[in-house]
Write a protein that binds this ligand. Structure first.
Ligand SMILES: Nc1nc2c(ncn2[C@@H]2O[C@H](COP(=O)(O)OP(=O)(O)OP(=O)(O)O)[C@@H](O)[C@H]2O)c(=O)[nH]1
Ligand SMILES: [Mg+2]
Length: 452
């Protein structure tokens, strides 16, 4: 990761507003921003001299007045010199400023990657990794439940639990190393293998339990996958298009038209974005190509957060629910949908037990179904506060620590046992807030937006 460049980003929200902000961080940040200003104006000279505070300046291109805010390192948010230009919140003007600043920087400045300001803050020790994850979770939150979950990312709880495990592994490592170093001395007894295994198993189980209760954190931070399933010809593709409010997939009277899972982002009431997935109809596979189709359908269901079980509206007074062991076996939430409710001879009902009645042809029930999906997502609350005490990046580190302890249990050579314990110790050290390696930052980066 390049940490020398001055990084630049528009740090105000997209679109027009009263005020727009161009943010810069890096040890040359003040000089780089000064390059884009009228050099003789007193405010610009103060910027160039890295004088902390707010200065009135005039930009060169476009020639407009602006405010420049200077926050010299190491006490700035990123630990480096930070400077901002505050001006009219016009996206075109902000882009012109970005381009001009980069053009006049002699290669010193470049656009920031998503989350790069926060990464620099973590690397300089100005922000613990747990806080960075909290920022990421707040940015990604789309519902009240997710916002509540983000505020539950309690660094201290995670750090306290891992400190106990870290102590135990450090003790075991010391005992194993004592065995290696002093086996020729009578008064130093290496830890007996059965006792070592018992203690390692119990730390590993504690770590795995924490990973399991934190698994909800990831799903709270990404768009939910809403998968349409049911028998061939049930009207899934037509419903998919109706929910999207434009024709995206082929619908036809021919059974088995949809042969692959097709996904598309869909905006629901309340501004909730989901990934809508149209899948092949569930059927007994006969031909080779059908086997592949069914595999795609199964995979889509397994990855679903919400399943729309589609069944054509029944002429019978009590319709039999569509059944599939595959659907029964998932953790996804199920919404039953009765399709084709416009078919002659059927009465339209919106009964929770029978499912929501819809017609892709007349549009009946589509708004209700969109609202029902949005409501289901909003109530997809964390089951308890412990689920959200860790962020995604740290859960991955805990899993690596537990894997390393698993490896240790299969190894006999004391040197390799010590190496496996040390790996577990390192991973736990990273969880408790030591400088994280690049790949952990990479995971964080991918979930941030530019300017943070
Ligand atoms: N009357 C009526 N017909 C519908 C409705 N929705 C779908 N159909 C018809 O039902 C047939 C199957 O529709 P599709 O949407 O392609 O069904 P599907 O479930 O995607 O089918 P496969 O991809 O083969 O599994 C088509 O002839 C559609 O015109 C509806 O709301 N009302
Ligand atoms: Mg289809």
């Amino acid at each position: 990761m390049d940490s020398q460049s001055v990084i630049l980003a528009v740090a105000s929200p997209p679109g027009s507003a009263m005020r727009g902000i161009v943010r810069a961080s890096g040890n040359e940040a003040c000089r780089v921003l000064w390059n884009a200003m009228d050099p003789d104006c007193p405010g610009s000279i103060a910027v160039r001299a890295r004088v902390r505070g707010v200065h009135v300046v005039r930009l060169r291109d476009p020639s407009i007045p602006a405010l420049a805010m200077v926050m010299p390192g190491p006490t700035s948010a990123t630990g480096e010199d930070c400077a901002e230009i505050h001006t009219a919140g016009n996206p075109f003007v902000l882009e012109r400023i970005m381009t001009a600043v980069i053009a006049h920087s002699d290669g010193t400045a470049r656009r920031a990657h998503p989350g790069e300001f926060s990464v620099r803050a973590v690397l300089s020790g100005r922000m613990p990794i747990a806080s960075a994850e909290r920022v990421a979770a707040v940015i990604m939150a789309e519902t009240d439940a997710q916002l509540a979950a983000a505020s539950m990312l309690q660094a201290n709880t995670a750090e306290q639990s891992s400190a106990r495990d870290t102590d135990e592994i450090a003790t075991l490592l010391a005992l194993v190393e004592a065995g290696i170093d002093f086996t020729d001395q009578e008064d130093v007894v290496a830890i007996a293998r059965p006792l070592l295994e018992e203690r390692v198993r119990s730390v590993r189980d504690r770590i795995r339990a924490r990973c399991a209760t934190s698994a909800g954190a990831e799903s709270a931070q990404r768009a939910a996958r809403v998968v349409l399933t049911g028998a061939p010809n049930a009207g899934k593709s037509s419903l998919f298009n109706a929910l999207l409010q434009h024709t995206r997939v082929v619908e036809s009277a021919h059974r088995g038209t949809t042969r692959d899972a097709i996904e598309h982002a869909c905006l629901l009431p309340g501004g909730i974005e989901v990934i809508l997935v149209d899948a092949p109809g569930l059927d007994d596979a006969i031909h080779d190509v059908d086997v592949l189709m069914q595999a795609r359908a199964h995979d889509a269901i397994n990855r679903a957060d919400i399943i729309l079980v589609c069944q054509p509206h029944s002429h019978n007074p009590v319709p039999r629910a569509y059944e599939s062991p595959l659907i029964d076996g998932t953790h996804a939430l199920v919404i039953n949908v009765q399709t084709k409710c416009d078919t002659p001879g059927t009465a339209s009902t919106t009964n929770a037990a029978d499912g929501i009645s819809t017609s892709a042809h007349t549009g009946d029930g589509i708004a209700e179904l969109r609202t029902a999906i949005a409501r289901t997502i909003s109530t997809r609350a964390p089951r308890n506060a412990h689920e959200f005490t860790l962020g995604v990046a740290r859960v991955a580190l805990l899993q690596e620590a537990a894997d390393s302890l698993d490896d240790m249990l299969t190894i006999d050579a004391p040197e390799l046992v010590a190496a496996a314990l040390r790996t577990a110790l390192d991973r736990l050290g990273e969880v408790s807030g030591a400088i994280p390696p690049d790949d952990v930052l990479g995971r964080l980066l991918s979930s941030f937006c530019i300017g943070k």
